[in-house]
Write a protein that binds this ligand. Sequence first.
Ligand SMILES: [Zn+2]
Length: 507
Amino acid sequence: MVADGAEDHSRQLYTPELLAACQRLPKVELHAHLNGSVRPETIRAILDERSAAGEALPVTPQQMAELGPGGGRSLAECFRLFDIIHAVTTTHAAISRIAQEVVADFAADRVVYLELRTTPKARPEYGMTKESYVIAVLDGIDAALAALAAHPRGPQPQLLPAHPHPQPHPQPQPHANPNGVGPGPGPQPAPDASGSSQGPEDQAEAAGPEAAGSRRGGVASPSREALAAASAELSVSPPGTAPATCLQEPRPGEKQPPAAQPQATREHGSGTGPAGDGAEGGAAVGGGGGDGDGRGGGAWPPIAVKLLLSIDRREDAAAALETVQLAARLAPRGVVGVDLSGNPVVGAWAAWAPALAEARRLGLRVTLHAGEVPAPAEVAAMLAFRPDRLGHCCCLDAGLGSELRASAIPLELCLTSNVLTQSVPSYPEHHFAELYAAGHPVVLCTDDSGVFGTTLSREYAIAAAAFNLSIADLQELARRSVGYVFAGEEEEAALREAVERGLAGNV
Ligand SMILES: [Zn+2]
């Protein structure tokens, strides 16, 4: 849904047939935030339940109902949804439920291996510690895997509309919001979906400058402060802070045979500590097995799930270390690594580097959100750290781009997220094009599928359409993504066989 006059580069980008073909591919998801992947209808249901129980909540079901549907949600609405999710994920039961449903949804999209990430949250006012939060997540994952094992055929893929989302206009307007860092003239909510024709800019203005970024009176309006406060799950760039310049000059639509893919770096952690072989158990394996319909076959379950714990960029060195140590303790339950995420304009690399080094020492794998906004010194430090993977890298200058390619560090790329948040101006201009053509190891991911209303299959379909990839190219992308997982070597080998079986069943 795009307001009159708004530019929609992506409409009809892919066909239903292409999307269906992508849904049949066995896929690997390596960059998915738990809270951003939640079903909006679940948030709605939790709000209704708690509201009916007479609980005072910082958001109302009505405020949730005012948000547009996933396919037509504006950027401002996406940020409001992050706030609402943060507000309702205050009970262990809600967290377990969300985790269970997220795993089921990825399995339904034929994701056969999932690395979820989440930021451990201590919320003493709700009786929640960082550890109890993560255990609730792991319990939800286990429940999903048990359900899938009991019904190995699993749910059927949920078909999406053929047309992808509208995307924001590439040029932000100066009147975006009172703080000047608002959503820009992105797609407006559909009147029939929101019940109001008022757009996000109007809503922000109506809230007043003092309300923007504040939780007083309900859901915060989009602003730099709102982004910082929303949640460490919030992995997106503040709109308007990222220039429409990415890695070098992309070559839209250019298709070249990718060069030989460098081996995924496995220098750190694999099998050397608690996150190594320990990951073979717990949440890693859900039982079940092949059912003859090409869902992996053999001993591979419908989906295997690992968990990464995210360090919020707002956290200091001690809090970061606490998260790392928690990850190591919970490695036997399937925690395999740590991530650095959150508001990209907050914090300093020096605060988290010691904790990340400790993670490596403990045998955990490390991935970092990098280059979501121009931050050359930080990106240089991150590259020097040599993490196992990086996410995004939208805003690298030529020198850092060359350094990234030379490093061969696998890159998690999230097309819809980057376009909707204006980290890149359009799908065809996404730096996927250049990196793919250069043979750099890349893996397509969703980032926040629930908030942005996407699926991994949809991301594959967008890539195929935007970069002129064939089904064989997509199959090769899926195949190579296995090399970048944080699972132990034995499990990676089993996954590779399962993916090959799945691909062979769908040629
Ligand atoms: Zn992210």
